[in-house]
Design a protein around this ligand. Sequence first.
Ligand code: HEC
Length: 201
Amino acid sequence: MKNTIMISALLFAFMISFGGSALGSDTKPLPPNVDMKTGAISVPEDYTLWPTLGTWSHAKVVGAGGAVNIHEYHVVYTQPETIAYYKKKGRFPDGAVLVKELLHAETMSMSTGPAVGHATTLKAFFVLVRDTEGRFKDSPLWGDGWGWSFFEPKDLTKTTSKDYKVDCIPCHVPAKDLAPRNAKKDDKWIYTLGYPVLQKK
Ligand code: HEC
């Protein structure tokens, strides 16, 4: 009798842990800027301490002579471990966070050149979170391997994005043709050509 109780208890414990781990694969936590209950994304608090993945500068023609000014910078940050992982395996890990800052910029003549741009104030933020497990199937801000959200500087915890398929995807389609041919399907949404730090040395 004692043995039967023991065995049933063990069996029960086994079922719980087995069931638990099967469930756990769905609920494996993402970084703290994701609310694991709702899938709501915020701008990570500490992202300015992360390495810069790359920078994009936006120029526009000013004046009649065709002179060009830098008027905006896009600076992309990610966790150090994401860079290390990508360099080794050639893909983004589950939980990779990419933060793109949009910054206003000014251009002036400096001792280094006639048209030198520098960033001034923050304009907006775009955040992507890599999800290799297909979490948050009901959320219109998760899909195609990523969580997608846009933020204005006045609130870094609440996105104004409604549907990534409308707000983000159309503009990221061209990235597919620019991506390395052997890149993973969902990594092809990323404009990796602008991030030489990801290349193996
Ligand atoms: C107007 C077109 C456009 C829209 C809309 C857009 N993106 Fe992008 N995104 C780009 C381009 C082009 C780049 C790289 C060059 C740049 O920033 O100028 C980029 C880069 C990024 C990056 C840096 C990683 C990468 O792919 O290179 C993030 C993060 C990002 N976008 C997130 C988003 C999210 C989230 C949305 C929707 C809320 C979104 N984007 C909507 C065009 C767009």
